[in-house]
Design a protein around this ligand. Structure first.
Ligand SMILES: *[C@@H]1O[C@H](CO)[C@@H](O)[C@H](O)[C@H]1NC(C)=O
Ligand SMILES: *[C@@H]1O[C@H](CO)[C@@H](O)[C@H](O)[C@H]1NC(C)=O
Ligand SMILES: *[C@@H]1O[C@H](CO)[C@@H](O)[C@H](O)[C@H]1NC(C)=O
Ligand SMILES: *[C@@H]1O[C@H](CO)[C@@H](O)[C@H](O)[C@H]1NC(C)=O
Ligand SMILES: *[C@@H]1O[C@H](CO)[C@@H](O)[C@H](O)[C@H]1NC(C)=O
Ligand SMILES: *[C@@H]1O[C@H](CO)[C@@H](O)[C@H](O)[C@H]1NC(C)=O
Ligand SMILES: *[C@@H]1O[C@H](CO)[C@@H](O)[C@H](O)[C@H]1NC(C)=O
Ligand SMILES: *[C@@H]1O[C@H](CO)[C@@H](O)[C@H](O)[C@H]1NC(C)=O
Ligand SMILES: *[C@@H]1O[C@H](CO)[C@@H](O)[C@H](O)[C@H]1NC(C)=O
Ligand SMILES: *[C@@H]1O[C@H](CO)[C@@H](O)[C@H](O)[C@H]1NC(C)=O
Ligand SMILES: *[C@@H]1O[C@H](CO)[C@@H](O)[C@H](O)[C@H]1NC(C)=O
Ligand SMILES: *[C@@H]1O[C@H](CO)[C@@H](O)[C@H](O)[C@H]1NC(C)=O
Length: 425
């Protein structure tokens, strides 16, 4: 018994239908990509005016590998402005449905000049994502008109040579999820003058009260010069918090260590900031904990060993008392450990550190830590650790064995292999 005739026909029709539907889908897709709107005239003109207001200068192409002048692709085809789709220009992304410019990424684009409130950049009111990092804005202040960009969720002005007090209008961007204003601190060598961004009035407290959706906050080197507001612990979505060398004072709110999604916490170089470590839970997502050169004190809890996701740990030049807990041997993911200038009591058993098989950076210099069995073969775990690239042991009065047969006295900082150390992970 074969297929009955009607059944055969319906099978063919089924195939036909499938083909037809597929064809229809392809044409619809084609039509929709044809219909993707071109960029809007006013936005194209705002971009071109911004390009005119700023210079492109090879001198400010900071990164020889990734810097290039993206704005050079911003031009009108044959002088006909309505045929030039700015959505296809370098560094620009438009919304697929509305054609509005929603993303402007001019990271490391060799830009130099100043930005002020007359800049047509602030006409791009649909922007959600703006990066101007790694350019030279000649110590411009952040213009108050930044609040025209009310849809911004990501703002990155790191290393862009801006300075001055951060305007209150920056806090009127309620959708901000990621804010990076780091590394804008400069010394003018000739005039012996320093320039930096400041967050005083408004303050960090004001910022934290208004930008409650932040997940990423990097204010490294911004002059904050205040205590850390307890409200910061209310930003429960934070995943990344970096406030290095901000002149922070007072006691660091311990609750912040325990924010449920906080993966990176960097506070190094706030010498007037005091604080204590909390008990850590196994569920903690911390991968980077850098609290060196601050005034943290007290003891290091044994629950440090619960931070099994930790990759970078910096306790350098802190005032912790007592012993380094044995549980540090549980930090199996640790790649960088900086205990420079620490004075733990008791002995650090080399077998603990020997457990850290992923370690490629270890700094024990200027510390008075004692290792069990200090003699010429006291650090055999180093010989077993083939990953270790940087080992600093000055003032430890040790002889270490590195890559088995070589026995070298180590009295100064030096990289074991020929690479630059990377102090901040
Ligand atoms: C703003 O900057 C433009 C160039 O970027 C400059 O021509 C203009 O004079 C500046 N305006 C003010 C008020 O500083
Ligand atoms: C400019 O381009 C548009 C769209 O491609 C076209 O309709 C118009 O005629 C052109 N104008 C000139 C002056 O070439
Ligand atoms: C920076 O601004 C100063 C004046 O404040 C000006 O003399 C200098 O030419 C500017 N530099 C650049 C690269 O725009
Ligand atoms: C703010 O955006 C509106 C709408 O695009 C524009 O008309 C106005 O000039 C912008 N203001 C500034 C200061 O750029
Ligand atoms: C800001 O831009 C710089 C340079 O591209 C990048 O390294 C940094 O991660 C960015 N910051 C954020 C928060 O994405
Ligand atoms: C710069 O100024 C500081 C104090 O303001 C001073 O200690 C330092 O010696 C000066 N450096 C030079 C090179 O003039
Ligand atoms: C911050 O969170 C605490 C509870 O964790 C709450 O009691 C307090 O009201 C919050 N503060 C603000 C201003 O929301
Ligand atoms: C923490 O991250 C998880 C997974 O990304 C997310 O579901 C949760 O809402 C976040 N918690 C907070 C308080 O943002
Ligand atoms: C620490 O506090 C002292 C005394 O208030 C002050 O002189 C010093 O500048 C502060 N240091 C930093 C890095 O803020
Ligand atoms: C954290 O570590 C401590 C001590 O090492 C341990 O007693 C505790 O059970 C751990 N807590 C969790 C939640 O893993
Ligand atoms: C070494 O690590 C293993 C698991 O990775 C752990 O069970 C053991 O307790 C650690 N030993 C020391 C001395 O920390
Ligand atoms: C070094 O590795 C060898 C061979 O795997 C092992 O027998 C020895 O115990 C290790 N030494 C240390 C200190 O981990």
């Amino acid at each position: 018994m074969g297929l009955s005739v009607p059944c055969f026909f319906s099978f063919v029709r089924f195939l036909f239908c499938l083909c037809f539907l597929h064809h229809l889908a392809v044409s619809l897709h084609f039509a929709s990509s044809m219909m993707q709107p071109l960029c809007h005239d006013d936005e194209r003109s705002a971009l071109l005016k911004f390009k005119q207001s700023i210079s492109v200068d090879d001198f400010y192409c900071y990164d020889p590998f990734s810097s290039y002048p993206k704005v050079e692709s911003w031009k009108l085809e044959g002088g006909n402005s309505s045929s030039s789709d700015c959505c296809s220009w370098d560094g620009i992304k438009c919304d697929e449905e509305t054609g509005h410019v929603i993303k402007l990424d001019l990271y490391s684009s060799c830009l130099s000049g100043s930005i002020n409130s007359t800049s047509t950049l602030f006409h791009l009111v649909h922007l959600q994502w703006l990066s101007l990092s790694y350019n030279f804005f000649n110590l411009s202040e952040i213009p108050a008109t930044i609040n025209n960009l009310s849809r911004l969720s990501h703002l990155n002005l790191s290393s862009s040579y801006i300075s001055g007090q951060i305007p209150p209008q920056l806090l009127d961007l309620p959708n901000l999820v990621s804010l990076d204003l780091s590394d804008n601190s400069f010394i003018e060598v000739l005039g012996n003058q320093t320039y930096y961004l400041e967050l005083r009035v408004p303050s960090l407290q004001n910022l934290v009260e208004k930008l409650t959706n932040l997940k990423v906050l990097n204010l490294d080197l911004v002059h904050i010069s205040s205590p850390v507001p307890h409200m910061l612990a209310n930003l429960s979505s934070l995943t990344y918090l970096s406030l290095q060398e901000c002149g922070l004072q007072g006691e660091f709110p311990t609750k912040i260590f325990r924010l449920p999604n906080l993966s990176v916490l960097q506070l190094t170089g706030n010498s007037n900031l005091t604080g204590y470590l909390p008990e850590f839970e196994r569920s903690s997502p911390l991968t980077v904990l850098a609290i060196g050169s601050c005034g943290f004190s007290g003891t290091i809890p044994s629950s440090l060993g619960n931070l099994t996701k930790l990759v970078h740990l910096d306790f350098s030049f802190s005032s912790f008392l007592g012993e380094l807990p044995i549980s540090i041997g549980n930090l199996a993911s640790l790649k960088e450990l900086d205990l420079q200038g620490c004075n733990f009591s008791g002995q650090i058993s080399s077998s603990i550190l020997g457990n850290l098989t992923q370690l490629d950076y270890l700094d024990l210099s200027q510390s008075h830590n004692k290792f069990s069995g200090q003699n010429s073969s006291s650090l055999p775990w180093i010989a077993n650790n083939t990953r270790l690239k940087f080992l600093y042991l000055s003032n430890l009065n040790l002889v270490a064995i590195i890559s088995t047969p070589a026995v070298e006295p180590i009295n100064q900082k030096y990289p074991i292999r020929n690479e630059q150390p990377n102090p901040i992970g």
